[in-house]
Design a protein around this ligand. Sequence first.
Ligand code: F6P
Length: 376
Amino acid sequence: MDNIKRIGILTSGGDCCGLNAVLESVVRTATLKGCEVLGFKRGYFGLYTNDYVVLTDELVYNILGKGGSILGNSNKVNLFNYREEDENGNVTYSNVSNVAIENMKKDKVDALIIVGGDGSITSARDFMRAGIKVVCVPKTIDNDVPYTDQTFGYSSAVAQIVHAINSVRTTAFSHDRIMVLEVMGRHAGWLALEGGLAGNADVILIPEIPYDIEKVAEDLISRYKKGQTGAVVCVSEGAKSKTGEVVKREDNKYPDSVKLGGIGERIAKELEALIFPVTSQEVRSTNLGYIQRGGETDCYDKVLSFRYGSYAVEALYKGEYGKMVSLRGEELTLIPITDVVGNGPVGETSKGGAKNVSLDSDLLRTAKSIGIEFGD
Ligand code: F6P
């Protein structure tokens, strides 16, 4: 449809690999259709401050492999519940989305492509309700966005986890140690499960399967007794014991105020207390952290991001607004944003929540069948 002459795009939420590939794909596809692309900087913040750059073919040429986003990211901004803090530390929240909508009108932005995870897609839904033509592209290393088989950024993060497991394994066997590797994923275990499987971890702990630390220790002691002097435990940041809570801190500067992290250290201490008296093995922990979000984008993510980006532009041209591009099997399709994040009040993501590892998935069955321990 020729009513789309100028598209705005923003990369919102935590950064990951593939963001630049989506940008390259969107710009190249749109340019060939004679459409201009404005890239708003630092996610929704750029839409509020009207801070953008005109993305030309020259600017995006061959940026597909570069980690991060040339536009910058922010996971602090919800324009429908915008947080401001004055010099005395007083915090207020207000709906400033009308400023962004005015900016778009003034600069004749016909439609938006929002690249982000569930929080960003929720804001996209709220802009859609305000009459903005919007299409979303699902991003996150956590792979927890529902109604798509895979988000871009996930595959590259799994590759980093595999590399890290292979690296800590050498210390595990040089020093007869147990190495705990904490990985990201929020409340979904995809990164730990697939990274742990491809890295051949001995134990994988994920949020979907609350663990019993004594069972984990028993498994590791039995491996030692069979002659395996080192081992690797891959634990998701959202994992919790059968009796415990997730390890978290609150930070109200972020719309998602729960920040996970630290379970690896806790598990290492608990395991050492149970294992050292029997096998004399020490337990050490490494938190892989932001390494999972950076580095060179892998081939799978490059191709998936290219596919997502060009499909999003095509969707706008077909008038398919209010949708998220989704991978189903081998094919791309479009899913209503309200299916993905629900149709609740402004700013509220569906109670259905994140896409989790299913307990009867083949991935889990495979891991269990080759003897990987889950502590259940
Ligand atoms: O959602 C991506 C993610 O990397 C999570 O896996 C992690 O819990 C979180 O973001 C960390 O966010 P921040 O950048 O705010 O520390």
